[in-house]
Write a protein of this length. Sequence first.
Length: 271
Amino acid sequence: MDYFDQVEEAAGFIRQRAGTPDVAIVLGSGLGDFANTLTGAVSFPYADLPHWPASRVVGHEGRLAIGLMAGQRVAALSGRAHYYEGHDLRTVTFATRVMGRLGVKVVILTNAAGGITVSLTPGTLMLIDDHINLLGSNPLVGPNDDRFGPRFPDMTEVYSRRLRGLAASAAQALGIAIGHGVYVALHGPSYETPAEIRYLRTIGADAVGMSTVPEAIVARQMGVDVLGISCISNAAAGVLPQPLDHKEVMEVARRVRGTFASLLGGILERL
Ligand code: HPA
């Protein structure tokens, strides 16, 4: 079965059981429980969805929930497949493809990221203005299937200016301090060296992580608007005289999940 048909089969399976969502939200490390706040949700373990890749990372649950929030039908994806798990980028972006084929107009991509810019301290939420792809590959590599979108999609405004504005006004109304900046994606899974962080700062990155960019690229190719929000979970390597630890990343994400959930609620109200 070709990739497009696999995507369509998964989309059909979801549509039949839960209808069509308006918005998809991918929940990064430690942020998965937002899915429990949806009203009247229908929920699917990833293992029950046709062709769906499993995420095996600690802190990623592996469940799709579709329910209502702020008058929107929301698909909340708790857990994503990562490139560093050994999946190829088509597998990494399978869920985003399915959301696009289901007809969502907006995808909100969230993640935990290391703060390179010193004002991005742990616990800060950062709106992604733009990204730098240092994964070493691109999810659109290979024969292009025109049913998804064009061969050479424009990437001038990956992260919708309108959605960023709306997120900033939601944050302001809620009294949530929010940063913004450029997100750089690296392959991982090892964290960066201090020399790599100095290099990333020089090329214009404010925060560093291992996800989001592949999903953002395929969403744009399909004409879906993208909003990206990083939860700064740690100072990037070498910024502070201490080592990095995935447990710390998870703890900070958990600490801000209430704030993150209210921000997401405020954004949904304004869509
Ligand atoms: N580097 C890369 N990915 C990350 C980090 C980091 O410091 N923190 C959370 N995800």
